[in-house]
Design a protein around this ligand. Structure first.
Ligand code: AMP
Length: 440
């Protein structure tokens, strides 16, 4: 099925061609026609699967279909409307009246969604998207809302402030999207979400995206959607990007640092993302990598929004080669040149593993995800393998072998997820190369 066969507006088809998208991804093939038909949707689709376009395109299609043709220009100070329901002229203190609202758990994801919406809407007249985020100066937010954007992308907390002060009016809202709903609930946004949803019209269309649709997310979905269709795109198996996975066993922290230092010197790395468990570790590791002559920057929640934006912009411009990040900060990062993801620390939850490795292999490119695993963490690896229904092959780098070999360690036989240790592929590693990072 092509985008044209789905029946999208010509202005959207042209924008998608500009983006170089030749055909819809699996989640887009399922979600776009269902949303265009007016259904509420509950979608479970992994990061990197093209889910942003899956919810932005149907909403833009609705907005485009309600726009007047190009030639029908409203005269200045006319009482005509450019779009159904939205006045052509506005009084200075009139609240913003968006047509589409996207709620996301993090600022980075919100900025990503805003940028994608602008890309897809580029050929539509007067359709723009703005992000309203915590950490952004208040005056800037007022200026953005004064533009009366068609699309509002926000983290829940900050949006509540503007709702309460009457700066936003949802009476014309057509589409509500909850992106990464499971993560928003994990972050304790449930009450804010309930308040925001309560302020939107019951006639809205609701599209909920979440890694899981069970438990509390399922209950939230039940309350907020009507006769919703369920769409599930499998975690890793259905991805449109090929991501190779490997793990290396390490004896201790010093061994882990030496191995990471060696692996990061691989010439095949375009840009790399290294995940740590804590913000403090992200800072410490960044310092160590820079001391070792590697070009690294940290990204975590203790940093001011301005510093986070600057770091991400430097990463996008290719001025930073290695980004050391925590899970929440890295969520939603879409830097196509990231070729490698390293799990310096394993994630707490198997789901986060999928989110992490989805930061590479973007937009059809291949990627490599490498996990550094202490012998005592085998159980966590098994949890990840069960979740992804994939085994992670064990790799060994000559000169950096663990003293306890993975293949000789006790492993349950006949169970999926365990395979023999294999030497790292030639060309990927250079034995003996690299200066070691000082041990922790
Ligand atoms: P998302 O899952 O929305 O974060 O998208 C992941 C990446 O896939 C982004 O870099 C998108 O620009 C890209 N993408 C989305 N849809 C398509 C498509 N149909 N063809 C090629 N790339 C796409």
């Amino acid at each position: 099925m092509t985008f044209a066969e789905i029946g999208l507006h010509p202005a959207l088809l042209a924008a998608l061609a500009d983006c170089g998208y030749s055909q819809p991804t699996s989640v887009q093939q399922q979600a776009i026609p269902a949303a265009l038909a007016g259904n509420d949707l509950l979608v479970s689709s992994p990061t990197g699967s093209g889910k942003t376009a899956a919810f932005v395109l149907p909403a833009l299609n609705l907005i485009a279909s309600e726009q007047r043709p190009q030639s029908a220009k409203a005269p200045a100070h006319s009482t005509n409307t450019l779009r159904r329901g939205r006045p052509a002229t506005r009084r200075p203190c009139t609240p913003a009246q968006p047509r589409m609202l996207v709620l996301t758990p993090t600022r980075e994801l919100a900025l990503q969604v805003t940028a994608a919406s602008d890309r897809y809407a580029v050929r539509l007249r007067q359709v723009n998207a703005v992000a309203i985020l915590g950490g952004m100066p208040y005056a800037k937010q007022m200026e953005l809302l004064a533009r009366n954007p068609e699309i509002l992308v926000a983290t829940p907390g900050r949006l509540i402030d503007h709702l309460n002060s009457g700066k936003i009016d949802f009476s014309l809202l057509r589409v509500l999207v909850l992106d990464e709903a499971d993560r928003m609930l994990d972050m304790g946004f449930i009450e804010d979400i309930e308040t925001i949803v309560g302020a939107t019209p019951t006639t809205r269309q609701t599209l909920l995206f979440s890694a899981t649709l069970e438990g509390t997310v399922g209950e939230l979905a039940q309350r907020m959607t009507r006769c919703a269709l369920r769409i599930r795109v499998d975690a890793v198996a259905d991805r449109h990007e090929p991501i190779e996975q490997r793990m290396h066993f390490v004896d201790d922290q010093a061994h882990k640092n030496r191995l990471l230092d060696f692996l990061l010197r691989d010439a095949a790395i375009g840009q790399a993302l290294v995940f740590t468990a804590t913000r403090r570790d992200a800072d410490l590791l960044t310092d160590r990598l820079n001391l070792a002559g590697l070009n690294a920057a940290a990204l975590h929640g203790d940093m001011h929004q301005g510093a986070r934006n600057r770091t991400l912009a430097a990463m996008r411009r290719g001025q930073v080669r290695i980004l050391v990040a925590t899970d929440v900060a890295a969520r939603g990062i879409d830097v196509p040149a990231i070729t490698h993801v390293f799990n310096y620390d394993l994630p707490k939850f198997a789901e986060d593993y999928v989110h992490r490795i989805g930061r590479t292999g973007r937009a059809g490119r291949s990627g490599l995800a490498i996990s550094l695993v202490h012998h005592g963490e085998r159980f966590n690896v098994r949890k990840i393998e069960r979740f992804t229904r994939q085994t992670i092959p064990v790799s060994i780098v000559a000169g950096h072998e663990p003293t306890r070999q993975a293949s000789t360690a006790p492993r349950p036989t006949g169970k999926p997820g365990w395979n023999k240790a294999s030497k790292a592929a030639p060309g990927r590693t250079r034995p003996g190369a690299g200066r070691s990072i000082a041990a922790a």
